[in-house]
Design a protein around this ligand. Sequence first.
Ligand code: HEC
Length: 247
Amino acid sequence: MFNFKHEWVETNIGLLLVLTMLAISIGGLVEIAPLFFIKDTVEKVDGVRPYTPLELRGRDIFQREGCYLCHSQMIRPFRDEALRYGHYSLAAESQYDHPFQWGSKRTGPDLARVGKKYSNEWHVAHLVSPRSMVPQSVMPNYPWLLSTELDISDITDRMKALRLVGVPYSLNQDEYDANVKKFGKETADMLNIADARKNLIAQAQQGNYDGDRSSISEMDALVAYLQVLGTMVDFRKYDDDEFVKYR
Ligand code: HEC
C-alpha cells in the first residue's frame, strides 16, 4: 500500500513538487521561526553602536563598488579563521547592518576585523593601487575614490531610512535620551539625525583619512568605515572565552 503511494508521488512531477515544497517549508519553519522568538539569538555585547554618518557613507560606497563580491565580513568560529582574522564574528556586531555584508565569497581576505590593522595611509595607497602595497594582488584599482568629492546631500534621508528598519538614529528628544542611556553622550550626539552633516564634516576633518583636509572625498568615508570594522567590541573583557587569545 505504502509503496504504491510513493510511486504515485514520484511519477507525478506536480505533486512531487508541491510535497517537496511542503516538506522544506516545515523544515525551514522549525529551524528559523524560533530564532525570532528566542531572546538571546542576538547576544547583547557592550560597544556595538550604529555607524556614524561618515562611516555610513563609507559603507554605501563599499556596497556601490561591489567590494563584497570579493570580501566576506564574517569570521567563522573555527580555529584557523580565528588565528588568521581574530575573534569569530558575533551576531550583535552586524545588528545595525542593513543589508549585512557576511558574504560567502573570499577572493580577498575577510574584512570583519580589518579596522586598525593598517594605517589610513596604507588603505589609501592600497585602494588607489593595490599592487603598490601587495605586488601579487588581484584587487582592482579604485583611484576615483580619492578624486571624487563625497556626496552628503542626502545623508539625513539615509539615516531616516535606516531608522525605519530599527537602527536607533534619533529624530527627537526621547530617542536622543534613550541613546545617551544606551551608548553614552558622545555617541548619542553622533547618532542624532539633525546634526548628521555637521558630524560628518567634523569627523572627516579630524580623522583626515585620505590625507587631504581641503575637501571630503569618497576615500575619507570608505577608510573611516574600514577602520571601524570589528573594533567596537573589546574582547579582552571576555577573558573566559578561548577565542580571545587569538586577537
Ligand atoms: C576582484 C576581487 C576584489 C575586489 C572587487 C576587491 N578586493 Fe580587496 N582584496 C582582494 C584581494 C585578492 C586582496 C588580498 C591582496 C591585497 O591585499 O591586495 C584584497 C585585500 C584587501 C584589503 C586588505 C585586507 C587585509 O586584511 O590585508 C582591504 C582592506 C581591501 N581589500 C578592501 C577592499 C575594498 C574596500 C574594496 C572595494 C572598494 C575591495 N577590496 C574590492 C580582492 C578584491
